[in-house]
Design a protein around this ligand. Structure first.
Ligand code: ZN
Ligand code: ZN
Ligand code: ZN
Ligand code: ZN
Length: 305
């Protein structure tokens, strides 16, 4: 009766395995033998992480892209850092010259790496040289803080930024798709000191930022109010909003589409994509003695289709 155990045949054909002491098993495992029962991914992952270290520029610590430079001793350097090291290898201080490291460039071309926004949910795996391009466009890439009043450098996903706006910037949070907001400023003539306000609205399971600020449009001091969508542009297009401001029997109405917070606050403002109120008109709406700005802005957000 033939043996049903495939091991027996295997051992017979490779008698040297029998005499190998068991403690050598690890060494045999790590040899690049073609064993179809072993998944090929494990050793490859080990290799790619050490190659990834090789591809890290020792100066700026970014991943290197062609042309990758090297000194005569073989230390590598990215093309962005090369002009900044005054022709001296930052590792051994030897003259750098103009040697390209083609071997490393070719190794890089053979790599496939996960998107760096993996921790935000991207599952994409990309060839080394197209990874950078993807990451710039990746829909999982974190958003910058939409708060416009300071040089805030915080980035994150939307739930994180909403909590950040609330906790760190003390931004007013409102729920609902309609709003009625009052802006009061005692000295409306100080337009240069760009007074601004941010309010966050949550509706339709999304978050919207209402910006209000004073700025100079050419020679004329104006106020602008506009809405930004906390999410990507393709989703922002599913919403519309209207803003109304008035007084003394006059009214200005703006209807627009919220802009994604991927577009900077400044970009939106400078394209005048919002309700623009001339200061004279704003003071007229405010009533009183023109010494105080008192605007009531009402608005509505709705979902298209
Ligand atoms: Zn560098
Ligand atoms: Zn060197
Ligand atoms: Zn990605
Ligand atoms: Zn911030």
């Amino acid at each position: 009766m033939a043996s049903a155990n495939p091991f027996v045949d295997d051992l017979r054909s490779k008698p040297e395995v029998i005499i190998d002491p068991p403690q050598d098993e690890n060494i045999i495992d790590s040899e690049p033998v073609n064993d179809p029962t072993q998944p090929a991914t494990k050793p490859n992952l080990v290799v790619s992480s050490s190659v990834r270290e090789l591809l890290e520029c020792p100066v700026c610590l970014n991943a290197m892209y062609p042309p990758i430079h090297q000194c005569s001793n073989g230390h590598t350097l990215c093309s962005g850092c090369k002009p900044r090291v005054h022709n001296r290898c930052p590792t051994c201080r030897h003259e750098l010259g103009n040697i390209r490291c083609l071997a490393l460039e070719k190794v890089a071309a053979s790599l496939e790496l996960p998107c760096k926004h993996q921790s935000y949910g991207c599952v994409g795996i990309f060839p080394y040289y197209s990874k950078l391009k993807h990451e710039l466009q990746c829909s999982y890439r974190p958003y910058s803080c939409p708060y416009a009043g300071s040089e805030c450098t915080v980035v994150g996903d939307i739930p994180f930024l909403v909590a950040h706006l609330k906790d760190d910037h003390k931004v007013d949070m409102h729920s609902g798709s309609t709003f009625n907001h009052r802006y009061v400023k005692s000295n409306p003539h100080e337009v240069e000191n760009a007074t601004w306000m941010l309010t966050v609205f949550s509706c339709y399971g999304q978050y919207f930022c209402l910006h209000f600020e004073a700025f100079q449009l050419g020679m004329a001091p104006v106020y602008i109010a506009f809405l930004r969508f906390m999410g990507d542009d393709n989703e922002a297009k599913n919403y519309s909003y209207s803003l109304e401001v008035g007084g003394n029997g006059r009214k200005l109405i703006w209807q627009g589409v919220p802009r994604s917070i991927r577009d900077s606050h400044r970009k939106v403002r400078d394209s005048f994509d919002g309700l623009i109120i001339q200061r004279n008109m704003a003071l007229f709406f405010s009533g009183g003695d023109r010494k105080e700005l008192k605007l009531r802005v009402t608005g509505r957000i709705w979902k298209e289709q």
